[in-house]
Design a protein around this ligand. Structure first.
Ligand SMILES: *Cc1c(COP(=O)(O)O)cnc(C)c1O
Length: 363
């Protein structure tokens, strides 16, 4: 599609390269290798290649189909499936990915059988639960038993290491103390199998905060980073931690204005539910100049996660295909046909990348 098609995501591959290189260099100084997680970019192979060339040890995604596309595009960096595999995809996993994160012995046995049939050795990371309550083995006797079986009986698997995940379901912070619990569990696994783990994968972008601060437990030698490379906003906005020289605007959204009118700011009539059955509240600020842009929640899900680049513009809300802006105090007089630009947080960017109706333009 042509360059003047909207709405579109403008993707600055130069900024992505800088972010990836800086983040990977900082981790390297701390003895930590990086799996570049590309699911926020819907596994875009062009962007996976940028992250691979920046020195990622693996390219990772939660979705196998994304990894398949990345390999088909010629990326040779080892691929890592980071959503624990479905039993039904075991054969596809060992063909498409060199690594997977795992927490279930039945799935591991299926991966072992599939790897044997495919004539490959598949690398597995054993996920250990430390309290976020998503994937991972919680009980010591269970992760020890799984590690022993993988190590001694599942000959087509290699126990490449251990991993943990936080800040996803349970909103748990990867404090040094929490990560120390993961190291303790890892050392129990090491004692049980009689050797050190190669990969000790200490979670994702929220744990990158520990690298920035220099408080990552020493034995963590691997991290899986998506947000910190592609978006780079959470550690700064939520914890005041930044990496000098990195960018917060690798991707920006551009959308076109389709209506501008002065209207009352409070809806007129009996108020019940919006298009998504929520009950928002509306502030009465009198008559205001407002603009509609042609992009909506179907594209980005969360209008709160769009930050207008033009001073004085605020996002009022949205329905499926329309986004409402207050442009009364905008820096310029907004007109139909104007293009409005936005920076994005994770929750919006992941949807925009996945939407077929959003054109991608690379810079
Ligand atoms: C999504 C995900 C990551 C990467 O998360 P970011 O916050 O984008 O860095 C790492 N590990 C697992 C298991 C994931 O699902």
């Amino acid at each position: 599609m042509g360059a003047n098609v909207y709405p579109r995501l403008v993707i600055d591959t130069g900024k992505l390269k800088v972010n990836a290189e800086r983040v990977i260099a900082l981790c390297a100084e701390a003895g930590i290798s990086v799996a570049g997680v590309v699911k926020v970019a819907a596994g875009d192979p062009k962007l996976a290649r940028v992250v691979a060339d920046a020195g990622a040890a693996q390219i990772a995604s939660s979705r196998l189909r994304q990894l398949v596309r990345i390999r088909e595009a010629g990326v040779e960096t080892p691929l890592m499936l980071i959503r624990i595999p479905m039993l039904s995809e075991a054969a596809a996993v060992v063909r498409a990915a060199e690594y997977s994160l795992n927490s279930d012995i039945e799935v591991l046995r299926a991966l072992n059988a599939a790897a044997g049939a495919a004539g490959v050795v598949h690398n597995v990371i054993l996920m250990i639960e430390i309290g976020d309550l998503r994937e991972g083995v919680w009980l010591e006797e269970e992760y020890i038993a799984i590690a022993r079986e993988v190590e001694h009986e599942l000959k087509n698997l290699s126990l490449a290491g251990t991993g943990t995940n936080v800040s996803c379901y349970g909103s748990i912070v990867p404090t040094p103390e929490k990560l120390a619990e993961f190291i303790t569990a890892t050392e129990r696994v090491e004692n049980a199998v009689g050797r050190e783990m190669g990969i000790i994968s200490g979670s994702a972008s929220t744990a990158f905060a520990r690298v920035i601060e220099g408080t990552m437990p020493k034995r963590v030698n691997h991290i899986r980073l998506g947000e910190a490379i592609f978006i780079n906003r959470d550690n700064e906005d939520l914890h005041g931690l930044t990496v000098p020289g990195t960018y917060r605007d690798v991707m920006t959204l551009e959308a076109e204005v389709v209506e501008v009118r002065v209207k009352p700011s409070h809806p007129i009539g009996e108020i019940a539910y919006d298009a998504f059955r929520f009950q928002p509240t509306y502030e009465d600020r009198g008559n205001r100049r407002r603009a509609i842009i042609a992009v909506g929640k179907v594209d980005y899900a969360f209008s709160e996660l769009l930050t207008p680049l033009e001073p004085g513009v605020t996002v009022l809300g949205a329905s499926s295909d329309h986004t409402l802006l207050d442009v009364e105090d905008a820096a310029h007089e907004v007109r139909v046909g104007d293009i409005m630009k936005f920076e994005l947080d994770y929750g919006a960017e992941v949807f925009l990348n996945s939407s077929e109706d959003i054109v991608k333009v690379y810079r």
